[in-house]
Structures are given as structure tokens and as C-alpha cells.
Design a protein around this ligand. Structure first.
Ligand code: 5GW
Ligand code: MN
Length: 349
């Protein structure tokens, strides 16, 4: 009896050891620890690097959900809906909003948005916030972080439960270059100090714009970029990338996929943290060399997205410009930059 017990005990111990080993193996293979220097080298394209695994691949739909049968032979044919690296390009008619919402509702996700309203740009904030309440992730937990030098002038906007505005005071600045440079820095700090571990996704948006239609769960992804409305019919040689090889934002002629907007980008918190950190340090290194990229942070963002391919692309529906006439392929405008009188709103630059 005793010896049987002893054997049994040894067996249990062996099993436990094996399980522990298996656990270590699985957790190690999924959790790749990367230092910031390594991260940055990878992000800048100077190292083959390690794959970071932090996407939510598992999409669970509620049982018995009724929706229109999807087709794989019919759909939009007037636009490209997938990139050469197989990231979806989101256009009206390519997704089912009810299906997507019900998938993400079960994950109880929370979304952050950042918006800068420095100086006279505070005048755009009311419309931005009111229309965000009507169209941006309606029915989900949303927190909008407003960075402004005029915290007293932030309008009070009524928002649903689980949604709100948080105001962060920033110093005034007359130079756009300074405001622009600090955007990435402040986004990085916000993520590291407040959002990591608490918020799932973040979008960084220009304030001089309004929502007109749904911007929701279809836009979620690891690294999310928006196609700039001004260049998507053009050859890449026309894109206003930074063209000086000394700059860390350099994209050579013959390189580049699309021209992406600086006025809207986002994704999973960790991806955006790395983007902000990398763009900020490249921006600062350029500054130290007396270099300012052609379109400041937009240039750095474009360089980043060339090396770090976005896992989801949003069509120009997600950042149109009010002054542009609507092209045929634009079936809906979701978010659009308003026409502004530069002389009225910009400080002397
Ligand atoms: C922008 C240009 C020149 C000088 C100052 C600014 C500026 C930008 C500003 O004084 N205050 C400010 O809050 N911004 C933020 O940067 C706004 O969120 C704005 O939407 C964003 C990008 O600047 P935009 O919208 O003028 O750039 P475009 O390329 O969309 O016209
Ligand atoms: Mn803008």
C-alpha cells in the first residue's frame, strides 16, 4: 500500500513538473521581452527584430445573431479593400457594423482619443466633442483626452454614461513646430502614465474636424493608419514625404505605400505607444541636427508606417476635407476637416 502511494506521489510530482515546464514554454513563446533600444531599432527598420504579439485575434460573436449573409464573390469592386501585405482597407460596404459591434461589446473594450486644442484652436473643440458623442464608438466606453493651454474654455458637453472628457493643461506655444513636436511626446506619456493596462485602443485626432457619420469598431486594429484624402490617386513620387536622406523621416523616391494622414491614426495601446515613442525620438534627433521634416510629425508617421506596416487601413472616408468635392468612391464621409481661415486661428508663424 505504502509503496503504491509513493509511486503515485512521484507520478503526481512528475506530472506537475511537466505541466510547469509546459506553462513556462507557452508563456515564454508568447511573451517576447524587447528592450526599448531593440524596439526602436525594429521600428526604424534597422533590425530584423522580434515579432511582437499583442493583437486580439480571437473574435467571438454571440450565438444566434442574425445578419445579412456575407459574400466572397460580390462586394465593392471600385476600390481596393486589401493591401499587398493583406491588411484590410475599410470602406463603406466592406463591413457589417452590427456584427462588429456585437463582437467587441462582448470584450467590453475601452477606447481613448486624444485631441490638441492649443491657442485659438480651442474654438473647434465644441463641435468636435459634440459630434464625437454622436458618431464615435457610440455605445462603447470612450474617454477623450483634451490637451489645451486654455482649460477654462473647454466646453461642457453632455455625454453618455461610461463616456467622458479629461482635460490636460499644456503650456501655450506660438510655434506650430513646438505643438507638433509635443503631440507625440504627450501621447506617449499619457499611454505610459494613465492608459497602459486600462485602455484597449487609442486614436489621435486633429481638432479642426467634425464627425458626420459612424466611426466605430470597424476601425479597430493593431496599428491603424488613415489614407490622406489629398494624394490617393497620385503616384508615390508625388507624395510629400521627407526627401532629405539626413532626416530620420526620409522616404526615398520609389519607396512608400500610401500617404497617410497626420490628423488621424491609432490602434492598440501598445502599438501606438511604440509609434509615439519612436516618432518622438526621431523628431528630437532631427531637431538636434537642425532638421525639420517637410510635414513635421506627419512625415515621421509616414516613415514609421513604411517600415511598420499598419494592420488596418482606413479609407479617406475617415478623414476627408470639407473643401474637397466628394469623389465617386467616397460613399460616406465619417470625419472631415473643416475649412479654416488660417489668418484667424494660427499664431504668427
Ligand atoms: C497649426 C499650424 C500652425 C500653427 C499652429 C497650429 C496649431 C495646431 C495650433 O495653434 N493649435 C493646435 O491645437 N494645433 C493642433 O494641431 C490641432 O489639434 C490641429 O488640428 C492639429 C494640426 O494642425 P492643423 O489642423 O492646423 O493642420 P492641418 O494640416 O490639418 O491644416
Ligand atoms: Mn487639421
Amino acid at each position: 500500500m505504502y509503496s503504491l502511494n509513493g509511486k503515485f506521489g512521484a507520478l503526481v510530482t512528475m506530472m506537475a513538473l511537466l505541466l510547469a515546464l509546459l506553462y513556462c514554454y507557452i508563456s515564454l513563446s508568447f511573451r517576447v521581452v524587447v528592450t526599448f533600444e531593440q524596439e526602436q531599432a525594429i521600428a526604424n527598420g534597422r533590425s530584423a527584430g522580434t515579432v511582437r504579439k499583442n493583437h486580439v485575434f480571437h473574435l467571438v460573436a454571440p450565438d444566434h445573431l442574425m445578419y445579412k449573409q456575407p459574400s466572397i464573390v460580390e462586394g465593392r469592386t471600385d476600390v481596393v479593400t486589401v493591401t499587398p501585405w493583406l491588411a484590410p482597407v475599410v470602406w463603406e460596404g466592406t463591413f457589417n457594423p452590427e456584427l462588429l459591434d456585437s463582437i467587441y461589446r462582448q470584450q467590453n473594450i475601452s477606447i481613448a482619443a486624444t485631441v490638441f486644442a492649443v491657442g485659438k484652436y480651442i474654438m473647434f473643440l465644441k463641435d468636435f466633442l459634440e459630434t464625437a458623442e454622436q458618431h464615435f464608438f457610440v455605445g462603447f466606453r470612450v474617454q477623450i483626452f483634451v490637451f489645451t493651454d486654455r482649460p477654462n474654455e473647454v466646453p461642457k458637453v453632455k455625454m453618455a454614461a461610461d463616456r467622458g472628457v479629461t482635460v490636460h493643461a499644456v503650456p501655450s506655444s506660438n510655434r506650430w513646430q513646438v505643438i507638433s513636436a509635443r503631440r507625440m511626446e504627450l501621447v506617449q506619456e499619457l499611454i505610459e502614465q494613465k492608459l497602459q493596462g486600462k485602455t484597449d485602443y487609442i486614436f489621435c485626432l486633429d481638432v479642426d474636424s467634425k464627425f458626420h457619420n459612424r466611426w466605430g469598431t470597424e476601425s479597430l486594429g493593431g496599428l491603424v493608419a488613415v489614407i490622406h484624402p489629398g494624394y490617393y490617386w497620385d503616384p508615390r513620387s508625388n507624395f510629400p514625404y521627407e526627401r532629405r536622406a539626413q532626416s530620420r523621416a526620409y522616404v526615398a523616391v520609389g519607396e512608400g505605400d500610401f500617404y497617410y494622414c497626420g490628423g488621424a491614426f491609432g490602434g492598440n495601446i501598445e502599438e501606438v505607444r511604440l509609434l509615439a515613442k519612436t516618432c518622438r525620438s526621431n523628431f528630437e534627433a532631427d531637431s538636434a541636427d537642425g532638421l525639420e521634416a517637410a510635414w513635421q510629425e506627419e512625415s515621421h508617421l509616414n516613415r514609421y508606417m513604411w517600415i511598420n506596416k499598419p494592420s488596418k487601413i482606413l479609407s479617406p472616408e475617415y478623414l476627408w476635407q470639407d473643401f474637397k468635392s466628394r469623389n465617386r468612391e467616397i460613399q460616406i464621409i465619417r470625419f472631415s476637416g473643416i475649412v479654416k481661415n488660417y489668418a484667424d486661428i494660427r499664431p504668427n508663424v
